[in-house]
Design a protein. Structure first.
Length: 287
């Protein structure tokens, strides 16, 4: 059984009641169109907290392309049923006016981890993310908040936000993948069959780069070049294929030999934009 609310204020009251009873609340923010990646976060939250709540809100503040916002899949009833089966206790949605009843909010500064890559390609995106996530944290007051590694740069922005607020601890969970390794995404449903088959080249390229790392390659320029070459396919419109030190974010590629490394990819395949990443210095690619 799951409790659902259409207004953020009602969800805040529910969370406050949990806190008053001494129950820890785990929180999973989502934009809906839930898949196994989201549900894995919910199950992790259920294992580590007394109660789990999930937000389902397609946030217009973080979309730089209006058409992408309009076509983003929405099915609250379906999502709520999946959440109930996965151990969530409450799910809520709302409108921008419901989250910010005083009018359009001032955008939150997303911090230095928003520079480069997604931040450069999608101006204002991370400010929109940070603005709504701050509001969600203020409403829910979670003991822990759960995010997926697939949106790696976003997890850095959220961690910086949580540090500024003083709460909550951010739990980053490994990317959920399909049987062929493709990162699960709500946008995968828009891939045509031939595009879906081609998309499997992304995790293969990341695995090949991990093998190069295991063979001893540590030069960032060589690693990034190898990744780009492995993704040089006519059907891919590459936004970036690069590497970063996960402990020291930089807007551009590092120049010094790496002791830790995360490889990041963003590309367009037809009308669908796909992103993925992999830690090269860990056995399973998780950070």
């Amino acid at each position: 059984m799951i409790t659902t609310f259409a207004e953020p204020c009602a969800a805040a009251h529910w969370c406050a009641a949990q806190h008053a009873q001494g129950r820890s609340v785990g929180f999973v923010p989502t934009m809906g169109a839930l898949h196994e990646g989201h549900l894995g976060l919910v199950r992790r939250a259920a294992a580590e907290n007394d109660a789990v709540c999930v937000s389902i809100f397609v946030n217009p503040l973080q979309f730089d392309e209006p058409s992408d916002f309009e076509r983003y899949p929405r099915d609250f009833e379906r999502d709520a049923q999946l959440l109930a089966e996965s151990g969530a206790h409450m799910a809520f949605t709302g409108t921008l006016a419901g989250f910010f009843p005083g009018g359009k909010p001032a955008l939150e500064a997303p911090g230095p981890c928003a520079e480069g890559l997604e931040g450069a390609l999608r101006p204002g995106h991370f400010a929109g993310v940070a603005t709504i996530v701050r509001r969600l944290f203020e409403l829910v007051r979670p003991a822990r908040a759960y995010f997926g590694q697939k949106d790696y740069q976003q997890t850095l922005v959220v961690r910086d936000l949580a540090k500024r607020l003083g709460f909550p601890p951010i739990v980053v969970c490994p990317t959920a993948r399909e049987s062929d390794g493709l990162a699960r995404s709500s946008r995968n449903v828009f891939l045509a069959p031939a595009e879906r088959a081609a998309a499997a080249a992304i995790p293969r390229a990341l695995e090949a780069l991990a093998q190069r790392w295991r063979a001893g390659e540590r030069a960032p320029e060589a690693l990034a070049r190898a990744l780009r070459e492995s993704l040089a396919r006519p059907e891919f419109a590459l936004d970036y294929a690069t590497v970063r030190d996960p402990e020291r974010w930089t807007s551009s590629e590092p120049r010094e030999r790496l002791e830790r490394c995360v490889a990041l990819v963003a590309l367009r395949l037809g009308s669908v934009r796909l992103i993925d990443n992999r830690a090269l210095h860990t056995a399973d690619g998780a950070l």
